[in-house]
Ligand binder design. Structure first.
Ligand code: CA
Length: 225
């Protein structure tokens, strides 16, 4: 289990890192928002510990961004701001738990474990693919982006599932044709283009952030960058 600590008080950050490593977690530290975003792109984290007052940004803004990128990755806010209003803004920003400084390390540890458990149960039981705010429920055969429910035909569902299982990777039109239409069907790759456009209309239309991307001459990919 790998945890990202976003905390600008260096002493506290290294205390946290040491404590987590002693408890068999892997841990990285970012002292500001910029580095936090960099590390998130480079590594897979199972949980983020996030301070609110950071030198270059607000932890609340970061939290919103992180939850948008991956709603199933828990964020625990750690902060000196302890009023009810502060907590409410933390939860509004998508935080999954909130711990006020000063705190005891063993309480933090207990909360981390509880969060990880809650989220792993959720991931396993829900059987969902997630890219940014797009969710594909493989059991219910349902798709949604944010609050919007997306109706998909069977082929569109298969195509989206294939793209999402390979999110971040460019998939060639031939591979898509073979996987979605079957190897013995002689599907013209134009069909792939047509279906990708159907998906685009359903998934990206009306959203500022486009998730389906074309790489000319190479194929298609889905990701949130
Ligand atoms: Ca701070």
């Amino acid at each position: 289990m790998r945890i990202l600590i976003v905390e600008d008080e260096r002493k506290l950050a290294s205390f946290l890192k040491k404590g987590l490593i002693e408890n068999n977690f892997e841990a990285d530290v970012a002292y500001d928002g910029k580095n936090a975003e960099k590390l998130i792109k480079q590594n897979e984290y199972d949980l983020i510990i996030l301070d609110i007052i950071l030198p270059d940004t607000s932890g609340l803004k970061l939290c919103e961004k992180f939850k948008q990128q991956n709603p199933l990755r828990p964020v625990l806010m750690l902060t000196a701001l302890g009023t009810t209003d502060d907590k409410v803004s933390g939860f509004d920003a998508g935080a999954d738990d909130y711990l006020v400084k000063p705190f005891e390390f063993r309480e933090l540890l207990a909360r981390i474990r509880a969060l990880l458990k809650r989220f792993s149960d959720f991931v396993e039981s829900s059987n969902k693919l997630v890219v940014a705010d797009l969710e594909l429920d493989l059991d219910k055969k349902a798709a949604r982006r944010g609050d919007k429910v997306i109706e998909l035909t069977a082929k569109e569902f298969l195509l989206l599932e294939y793209l999402m299982r390979n999110s971040g990777r460019v998939i060639s039109r031939n591979d898509i044709a073979t996987k979605v239409w079957g190897s013995d069907t002689d599907v013209n790759t134009n069909v792939v283009d047509v279906y990708v456009n159907f998906l685009r209309k359903k998934i990206d239309r009306g959203f500022d952030k486009k998730l389906i991307h074309t790489r000319v001459g190479l194929g298609y990919l889905i990701d949130d960058k």
